[in-house]
Ligand binder design. Structure first.
Ligand code: C2E
Ligand code: CA
Ligand code: CA
Length: 765
């Protein structure tokens, strides 16, 4: 054995004993391999989190008197780097950082990887740390990545109290690092009493929030908005205040960000919306002018699927029209996830709520996106106003923004107006409304009511205002194609309040207008005796043209069954006998337009019915359709059933918003790591099914599964836990039923899970 044999078995052999010994040797090897895996981080080869903890514990025990520090690093924009440069580049960066730690710490300390992009080391205390040290380290890290924009923050915990667990020490160092997140020019921070108090205070806020809501400690203050044109009161913004019995008034700037993080904001905002509507109802009852009030809608609210229902129910509960409630949505929300925001906010706007883009000018909304955004009013950010009004007139962008707003038919509110100079400047540029200390500070509801009471001629100004908002629908075009100028004139008069009416005198100009106004065309009134050839050719052209085929066309002509039949067969929405009253024409148009919009909505719904709302991949129904449509030639298919291991835990500890984010992250990983032709579906809450076609080798099939799970565990990280996905895979040759294959993936997933989280298992008979 001293020459390297693994074992010595005496003869004569006893098969039973040999079997036993071989088995135990294999077992030993596997355990050793496992220990190895446990000790070292797979990606970077440095100590894993657990092993780092263990080593530090040992070190501290053996060196009770030594002063040392735990230093953690965290990359602020790692997710971005992963997204922009790819996971491989992200991995490479992480390996580079591990190398840096190796160089920095060497034999004098212990180092390891905590989480995705978080590293840690224990160093002997050797004087104070300086910015230069960390700037140097940052530079080295940036040299590693082609991004060259890695922002790293460092946190230091000086080990004094040895009763604190190593895990806690690392947590604290990380908290210190996180406390300077977003602070330019800050490279490192200590975990000290100040930070501790701050964190305790935050915890205190979180611990008392539910009780505060129940006890009505939250109050709503209203800050008036004024119309510049005539100095009239134009509404108000509802701002939350917290009057805590022991701490006194708390600033929303302090508690709102915490509530946005833990999800409580959705509850609080609904409370504000409800209270605000109840005030308006009360004022209406007292006969005050019906001013609108703006409420803040936090981004978490928009991701709430029920937001439209909740808002609708709130206004209906108090018998208000949705246009009384203005919704302020911060600019940065729009840039974060533009498509989803546009969809949800667009829907709210369709329901009649007035949408204000809050804090405009503070973020980076690109101006060319602006015309796609469903908004009615731009609310210029306070800082923007203050810096712009300080510049000479011709140097700022204020004038340009104002013109842009005009051109897009948006109202403009300036917030944070504090001085007469600022106000004068805003008047010059043509701003519509102002809100700021110069006029009034936020005030309790009773005080605001006093302002309302003394509002003169509110009604009239309000009607004008309302009309302006209704104008946005006016941009729809109604085409009247008719040979009779008297008839065209009557239509013009009857509909001009609701439509932009365009007149065509022959088939040629009718077709021309349809193609010019394609996107804005609401309905067509087509005479069957239009000069310039067969007037039904206009109808045919509409029905055959891709962009306008669902445009309602109402044919007009003499009472004649045959004409009518022909028109309807060609797809006319209606046939109106001439002569007719304005009233009856009006009804027919309304009916046709409504019907067309219902049909469109129905088609959209049908398409929606097969998609999972949250992730955009197929839902269970869509999946079943897709499986039925699989082509035999594309076999063999690999069926993957992914399951997120920690969703419940995340939901329970970090809240549902975070849980939803996890699900969306995963669908994104799936999308970037599959082909266009692959089928992706959300199969259940945290289960995803993927079918890949023409997958010939088991090796490739497995590799793909592992790749996805690996990418996911790398992309998503939270401080408290690492998240993983497990996958069960089965190959389907289209010989038995798809149900059988699904059953096999299910069993494979079960196996994967019993082998530990984050596993990958391919079913073999
Ligand atoms: P915001 O929506 O941008 O609100 C405007 C903030 O500017 C308010 O601060 C307001 O009091 C302040 N302000 C108004 N005029 C002036 C002025 O002339 N000068 C200065 N220096 N400040 C002015 P507040 O009430 O402290 O609110 C801070 C932020 O908290 C709000 O910013 C908003 O983001 C958030 N917030 C407040 N209430 C709610 C709420 O009910 N729901 C949500 N989701 N967020 C809220
Ligand atoms: Ca606001
Ligand atoms: Ca604002």
């Amino acid at each position: 054995m001293s020459h390297g044999a693994t074992d010595f078995v005496g003869k004569p052999y006893k098969p039973q004993i040999i079997l036993h010994r071989v088995a135990s040797i294999i077992h030993l090897r596997e355990t050793a391999a496992m220990i190895n895996q446990f000790q070292y981080d797979q990606l970077t080869g440095i100590y894993s989190k657990e092993y780092f903890y263990q080593r530090v514990r040992e070190f501290l025990r053996q060196n009770p008197g030594k002063r040392c520090d735990i230093i953690c690093s965290d990359i602020e924009n790692f997710k971005l780097i992963n997204d922009v440069f790819g996971v491989a580049a992200g991995d490479q960066l992480l390996c580079g950082i591990a190398e840096l730690y190796r160089k920095m710490t060497g034999h004098h300390g212990i180092y390891g990887r905590l989480n995705a992009d978080q590293f840690v080391c224990l160093l002997m205390h050797d004087g104070d740390y300086t910015d230069e040290m960390f700037i140097g380290a940052s530079e080295q890290v940036n040299a590693l990545s082609n991004a060259r924009s890695v922002v790293m923050k460092w946190g230091i915990y000086s080990v004094e109290d040895r009763n604190v667990s190593v895990e806690q020490m690392c947590d604290r160092a990380l908290l210190a690092a996180r406390s300077i997140k977003g602070q330019y020019g800050k490279y490192f921070a200590y975990y000290d009493d100040k930070l501790r108090d701050e964190l305790l205070r935050q915890q205190g806020i979180i611990d008392s929030m539910e009780k505060a809501l129940g006890e009505e400690q939250f109050l709503i203050y209203l800050q008036p908005k004024y119309r510049i044109r005539d100095d009239g009161l134009a509404g108000a913004e509802a701002l939350i205040r917290w009057k805590h019995p022991d701490w006194g008034f708390q600033s929303p700037a302090e508690f709102i960000p915490l509530f946005e993080k833990n999800g409580f904001i959705t509850k609080l905002d609904q409370y504000v919306w409800d209270k605000t509507c109840s005030y308006m109802w009360e004022w209406d009852d007292k006969g005050y002018p019906p001013v609108p009030i703006s409420v803040n809608v936090s981004r978490a609210d928009i991701y709430n699927e029920d937001i439209a229902d909740i808002l609708m129910q709130t206004v209906q509960k108090y018998g208000l029209s949705p246009s009384r409630l203005h919704l302020e949505i911060t600019e940065s929300a729009y840039t974060e996830n533009p498509n989803q925001i546009i969809e949800t906010v667009g829907y709210l706007r369709d329901l009649g709520f007035i949408i204000e883009m809050d804090d405009f000018g503070s973020g980076y909304s690109s101006l060319n996106m602006l015309n796609q955004m469903p908004i009615d009013i731009l609310k210029l950010d306070m800082k923007f106003i203050q810096s712009e009004t300080a510049k000479p007139m011709n140097q700022g962008v204020l004038q340009f923004i104002m013109e842009l707003a005009r051109w897009m038919h948006l109202g403009v509110v300036a917030e944070g107006v504090e001085t007469r100079e600022q106000l004068e400047r805003l008047i010059e540029t043509g701003c519509d409304y102002v809100q700021g200390y110069f006029y009034a500070k936020p005030m309790p509801e009773r005080e605001f009511e006093e302002l309302l009471k003394v509002q003169p001629a509110g009604e009239e100004a309000w009607n004008r205002e309302k009309e302006e908002f209704e104008n946005r629908y006016q941009s729809q075009v109604l085409l009247v194609a008719d040979e009779d100028s008297g008839y065209r004139g009557r239509v013009q008069r009857a509909f001009s309040k609701y439509y932009q009416v365009v007149e065509a005198v022959d088939t040629g100009s009718a077709l021309g207008y349809i193609s010019i106004y394609k996107d804005r065309m609401g309905a067509v009134l087509l005479s069957n005796a239009l000069p310039g050839g067969d007037s039904y050719c206009v109808l045919k052209a509409v029905k055959e043209e891709k962009g306008v085929w669902d445009l309602p066309v109402i044919v007009t002509g003499p009472p004649d069954i045959q004409y009518e039949q022909q028109a309807l067969e060609l797809g006319a929405a209606d046939y109106a006998d001439k002569p007719h009253s304005e009233e009856s024409l009006w009804r027919r148009v309304l009916h046709a337009v409504k019907l067309a919009s219902f049909q469109k909505r129905e088609r959209d719904l049908q398409e929606e019915a097969y998609r999972d709302h949250m992730t955009g991949v197929l839902n269970r129904r869509g999946w079943e359709m897709a499986v039925r449509a699989l082509e035999r030639e594309d076999a063999p298919f690999a069926f993957y059933l992914f399951d997120l291991d920690n969703l419940k835990q995340i939901n329970d500890t970090l809240g549902h918003i975070e849980g939803d984010r996890l699900i969306q992250e995963f669908s994104r990983v799936l999308r970037t790591r599959t082909r266009r032709t692959d089928i992706l579906a959300r199969y259940g809450g945290d289960e995803f099914m993927v079918i890949m076609k023409l997958m010939k080798s088991e090796k490739d099939i497995l590799k793909k599964g592992e790749e996805i799970c690996h990418a996911f565990s790398n992309i998503y990280f939270s401080d408290q836990l690492t998240v993983t996905a497990s996958v069960g895979i089965a190959v389907w040759n289209a010989e038995d039923s798809a149900e059988e294959a699904i059953k096999r993936t299910d069993m494979a997933l079960y196996r994967a899970k019993t082998n530990g989280k984050g596993g990958c298992y391919l079913w073999r008979e």
